[in-house]
Design a protein around this ligand. Sequence first.
Ligand code: FMN
Length: 372
Amino acid sequence: MVPTGCQPVKDESATISGPVQVDLRSPFAIGPVSIPTRLVLAPMAGVSVQAFRRQGRRFGAGLVCSEMVSCAGLHNGNERTLGYLTISSDEQPLAVQIFGADPGVMAEAGRMVEAAGANLVDINFGCPVRKVTKTGAGATLLDDPDRACRIVSAVAGAVSVPVTVKMRRGLEDGSRACLDVGPRLVEAGAAALTLHPRSARQMYTGWADHSLTAELVDRVDVPVIASGDVTSRASAQTVLATTGAAAVMVGRAAQGNPWALREILDGGTSEPSREEVVAELLLFVRETVRELGEQRATGFLKKFYGWYLGRGRFPKPFKQELVQLGSVEEVERRLLAAAPGAVEVLERIEAEQPVAEETLLEDMPISIYGGG
Ligand SMILES: Cc1cc2nc3c(=O)[nH]c(=O)nc-3n(C[C@H](O)[C@H](O)[C@H](O)COP(=O)(O)O)c2cc1C
């Protein structure tokens, strides 16, 4: 069934009198789910932990996404995979993304994701990484539209929340597969499509060709979200005005840089003070330690030090120093020594942060995640 109430936001006037600015702070809807802004934080494996998503919401993302979660891992009750289903109330609306190649197992994963409190179930038909594609999942499914449709139909039939799909343009450079597959996925039950118009072969090289996004918008009657190379308010406005997409998705530009989200939404300068940078990083570190445990978080966080402290914000050797420290406690101490004023900024952020309730796995019916 194709969910109703999801009108694409097509800017017809753009073709008549030049591009018209889209209000990034206006809401849009995916089925019954209202998304408060036109800015979506991208799912990124190894990045989109809860701290990243909550921060994204605070900085104005209308929708945040989990990284891709293996449906086989959920099916087998893998503890780490189940950990991805911990959702906090202040992240919502939230999409949890699943990947896999078996419609039945994907449907089961969709049910678990819905039970965990996700507002949308997103399906990954975009991952170009061999480890995933060799199992028949991710971007490979763009070459097997029948199976892709069976997956969408099975998941949409298993859950009551909207099901969405994120895809690439196709497998090979120059492919236009997304334009044929997209409408079929909508017929199968997708309530929105996100297009990252690079080929799987391209990985992250070259540019996202958003002329394909515009063509896709013309071919479907559900919202299309444009992903790829949106890094500033100017690029967001251009993509929205020239494609008719309902929203833009931002990925790499937001890594260690939530201020980019604010700049995209409101304009103005995106450069934070050193105290703000350290305060956000400290909060990020603490929340990530809480989510992953100190041992896992220590390695996970290393790439974030460069992302936060780079961009000319701190001298390069400072990042190197943090990466080499053995404990998170030492990292915190060094950060605070570099910007003592961060304490007050952090207190203010924490005071403003909504009190969040977490959907804990313990609250889920055992039959749903027990895998048996
Ligand atoms: C480190 C990294 C991990 C990613 N992981 C995922 C993922 O789990 N699922 C997905 O659909 N896309 C994933 N992507 C793709 C992004 O969601 C996005 O489509 C892509 O980075 C283009 O947007 P950008 O130019 O704003 O970064 C990932 C990208 C990066 C850089």
